[in-house]
Design a protein around this ligand. Structure first.
Ligand code: HEC
Length: 116
């Protein structure tokens, strides 16, 4: 009888251990890496390469506003239709259009709430 109890106890312990080893903590599908389009790592480089020639501080060549800070660019997306301007190719004015990836980066940045 004592042996039977020991064996039952061992069996219970083993089944508890095997259950807890099925943890989902590092499952890549359940915990995907965060999307990391930020102003600092992506957006500012595009704007500095393509836009600040006119949208500098102060703006030049007739551009109506600066795009030199995080707040400038965020506000231009929110209130000046920046994404529409780059999708239609209206901006950069007189320059080569942004690539599809660069345009998508702006959209992802907006969707994710403008990470800084
Ligand atoms: C060669 C100068 C020049 C460059 C480069 C340029 N812009 Fe412009 N931008 C202008 C001018 C001038 C206007 C005024 C409206 C117009 O002429 O279409 C303007 C207007 C805008 C507007 C609309 C503002 C409003 O309130 O209506 C947005 C948004 C904009 N630009 C974004 C950008 C972005 C983003 C880039 C870079 C990808 C860029 N621009 C590059 C000159 C430029």
């Amino acid at each position: 009888m004592k042996n039977l109890l020991k064996i039952t106890g061992l069996f219970l312990m083993l089944s508890i251990v095997s259950c807890s080893s099925g943890s989902d903590d590092d499952d890549p599908i359940i915990n995907p890496p965060p999307t990391s389009i930020t102003y600092t790592n992506t957006i500012s480089a595009i704007v500095n390469g393509k836009c600040t020639g006119c949208h500098g501080n102060p703006p030049s060549n007739g551009a109506p506003m600066s795009l030199t800070t995080y707040t400038n660019v965020k506000e231009a997306v929110e209130t000046r239709g920046l994404i529409n301007q780059i999708e239609t190719g209206n901006m950069p004015k007189n320059g080569s259009a942004l690539t599809a990836t660069q345009i998508q980066n702006f959209k992802t940045w907006q969707t994710n709430g403008f990470p800084q």
